[in-house]
Design a protein around this ligand. Structure first.
Ligand code: 7TS
Length: 414
């Protein structure tokens, strides 16, 4: 057993997360499901509380003090997120509900405007449904062909196949920066360069990357980058679509209504400027302000330190899980090329049974297909178990996981 982590002061961090002190079934909570959604620090909880409790008013509407103050806080939040992901300007940061909405926005607005029958979209075998189904629906509707970057036996993308997939018909390439199942980190730069060389636009699903490692969308040179606030200490109901200026400007709106217009007459309408063109209706401004507090928290820790901590936790989890008879890790076992979502199976124990037995010990993991059914078909597994880690995960929690797995094996006599 190890008890020191150099990169983050985890004991100190845990004091900021009240939900981690909860007990479940009379036992201390061991929360290992941060890939589904992270816990929230008091800084984010109090940003929400403050925004509702003091000077609450709708944004972009009133000429009175409270509305102007809330609008300022909302604009500041957009600026914080702009800096956090290395976007050139706030106009490149579109607020949406979550990564699912960000990806649908691209599929509906960009996809339906710029792609046509005979075009091709390249995606990968490891996508979350949020970055799969919108393209599948678009492809069926428009007669577009979907092509998939296959997996290597290690669970990385087989990029040796990219050149043969990247024909001049390919108009869009999309992939997860980090897989929510395999944990695989794909270095986006070479894929983006090669996609751009055939004139394709690139959409990166950064839902499992932005919370866990430094991201610089300008250095990546991607056309779009999608993320969810709730996975990175922020509240639910707020996410981000980053887009390059020329691409966002060329796209028609996704949804229409208030705020996103410049002027409306009985027979004409003109659109507002980006990013507001894509933000119809009252935005989730309180949640955006709280997401600003979340990225402040992460930036203060330093995203290099966040990544280093998770690398250490996942390396330890791999080491410990490998000792368990009948355990199989699904995905790369090299901690340098994987994030902190560790998927596994235990021989002869259904992942749901395992999840239920672990829950009795206070250990929360996820079981199922993790919204990646095509990937599970490819892996030949109906379901898997997944433990996922974050800035507050301690090595003793990995020990608790392993102990609970042994106990489950004993209970089921496996
Ligand atoms: N993309 C990836 C890679 C994801 O992991 C998820 C959510 C999404 C997109 C969609 O995010 P949402 O906030 O719009 O739902 N992944 C998971 C998960 O692994 N377990 O629960 C949600």
């Amino acid at each position: 057993m190890k008890d020191t982590i150099r990169s983050l002061d985890v004991a100190r961090i845990r004091q900021d997360f009240p939900a981690l002190n909860e007990r479940v079934h009379g036992r201390p909570l061991v929360f290992l499901d941060s890939a589904a959604s992270s816990q929230k620090p008091i800084q984010v909880l109090s940003a929400l509380d403050q925004a509702y409790r003091t000077s609450y008013a709708n944004v972009h509407r009133g000429v009175y003090y409270n509305s102007e103050r809330t609008t300022d806080l909302y604009d500041q939040a957009r600026e914080k997120i702009t800096r956090f992901i290395g976007a050139p300007a706030p106009e490149n940061v579109v607020f949406v509900r979550n990564a699912t909405e960000a990806l649908n926005l691209v599929a509906y607005s960009y996809g339906r405007h710029f792609l046509q029958a005979g075009d091709e979209i390249v995606l990968t075998e490891l996508e979350h449904h949020a970055n799969f189904v919108p393209w599948q629906v678009l492809a069926r509707e428009r007669g577009i062909r979907l092509k998939f970057i296959p997996l290597t036996p290690q669970g990385t993308l087989d990029l040796a196949r990219l050149d043969e997939l990247l024909t001049p018909r390919v108009k869009l390439v999309t992939f997860a920066h980090v897989s929510n199942v395999l944990g695989t980190i794909t270095d986006p730069r070479p894929v983006i360069e090669r996609a751009h060389a055939v004139g394709a636009k690139v959409v990166v699903d950064g839902c499992q990357a932005a919370p866990h490692m430094p991201v610089d969308v300008q250095a990546l040179d991607c056309d779009f980058y999608a993320l969810s606030g709730h996975k990175m200490l922020g509240p639910t109901g707020i996410g981000v679509l980053y887009g390059k200026t020329d691409v966002l400007e060329a796209m028609p709106p996704f949804m229409t209504g208030g705020d996103m217009i410049s002027s409306v007459t009985f027979d004409s309408v003109t659109w507002n400027e980006i990013p507001v063109k894509f933000e119809a209706g009252t935005p989730a401004f309180v949640e955006a302000i709280a997401l600003g507090a979340a990225v402040d928290y992460l930036a203060a820790l330093g995203m290099d330190a966040v990544r280093a901590h998770e690398r250490e936790v996942v390396a330890y989890a791999i080491e410990r899980l490998t000792e368990v008879p009948g355990a199989t890790i699904i995905g790369p076992t090299d901690p340098d090329i994987r994030g902190g979502a560790l998927t596994f199976t235990i021989k002869d124990i259904h992942p749901h049974d395992l999840g239920t037995l672990l829950d009795r010990e206070g250990v929360a993991i996820r079981a199922g297909h993790h919204c990646a059914q095509p990937l599970h078909v490819r892996l030949g597994l109906p379901a898997t178990a997944r433990a996922s880690f974050y800035i507050y995960t301690e090595l003793r929690e990995i020990d608790a996981l392993i102990e609970a797995i042994y106990k489950a094996k004993h209970t089921l006599r496996k």
